[in-house]
Write a protein that binds this ligand. Structure first.
Ligand code: MN
Length: 224
């Protein structure tokens, strides 16, 4: 058998024909107080915590996706996604903005039924969060994103999630700084920064539209 020829996953850049290469995907859990409460946590006593998805979980804007395997409770989580153009370990929050290449609208798709089993058993979240095509992302807008602006998601035109980036418990610079104490960050890393309240199920055949003020809207549709 021949050695396989593997390509690096990439995401679109707004206003450019160039593509952004994806190295790793990190995600922050429960970074909006209203979502932390809906998941049964106390947002005031949580340090930021992290999980990951494989780089090839990225999905282009406008895709029609097969319904994910092994779930009957697929949830949407609209999130601001940060793309790093540079890295480092133990980065001070005051230096974190200099690492940012750009930002985009993303959806942290979650097999909530598998996550519930994992949580109850004290097991890892990988199979609940890091499955195939679990990270739809619209085109990146280069530059450092604003720390406020409406973030929302609808399913078949019905509003499910609506919040503001200013409701984040941990700011983007604080997330980068804290994550860089766990791993040495690098160019090509993506960071999903958490979701506001209103997460809920997506059914077969439904379309999901996610928006953040100033960014390309993201739409994905699930096959029947
Ligand atoms: Mn999330």
């Amino acid at each position: 058998m021949q050695i396989p020829d593997i390509t690096v996953p990439t995401i679109a850049i707004a206003g450019s024909a160039d593509r952004f290469p994806v190295r790793r995907i990190f995600c922050v859990g429960q970074n909006y107080a209203d979502h932390a409460r809906e998941m049964g946590s106390d947002p005031d006593r949580q340090q930021p915590f992290f999980f990951a998805k494989p780089a090839d979980a990225v999905v282009a804007n406008g895709s029609t996706l097969p319904f994910p395997l092994l779930t009957e409770d697929l949830h949407h989580e609209v999130e601001l996604v940060i793309a790093l153009g540079a890295g480092g370990a133990n980065v001070p929050a005051g230096d974190a903005a200099a690492l940012i290449f750009g930002a985009a609208v993303g959806i942290d798709l979650t097999r909530r039924d598998l996550q519930a089993v994992a949580k109850k058993a004290g097991r890892p979240w990988d199979m609940a969060k890091g499955f195939d095509r679990s990270a739809p992302i619209a085109a990146l807008t280069p530059g450092v994103p604003a720390d406020n602006g409406m973030i929302a998601l609808d399913v078949d035109g019905e509003t499910r999630q609506s919040g503001d980036l200013s409701m984040m418990i941990w700011s983007v610079p604080e997330i980068i700084a804290t994550l860089s104490t766990y791993v040495e960050l690098a160019a090509g890393d993506l960071i999903f920064t958490g979701t506001p309240a209103g997460v809920g199920p997506i059914l077969r055949g439904q379309s999901v539209r996610a928006t953040i003020d100033g960014f390309e809207p993201l739409t994905v549709t699930f096959a029947r």
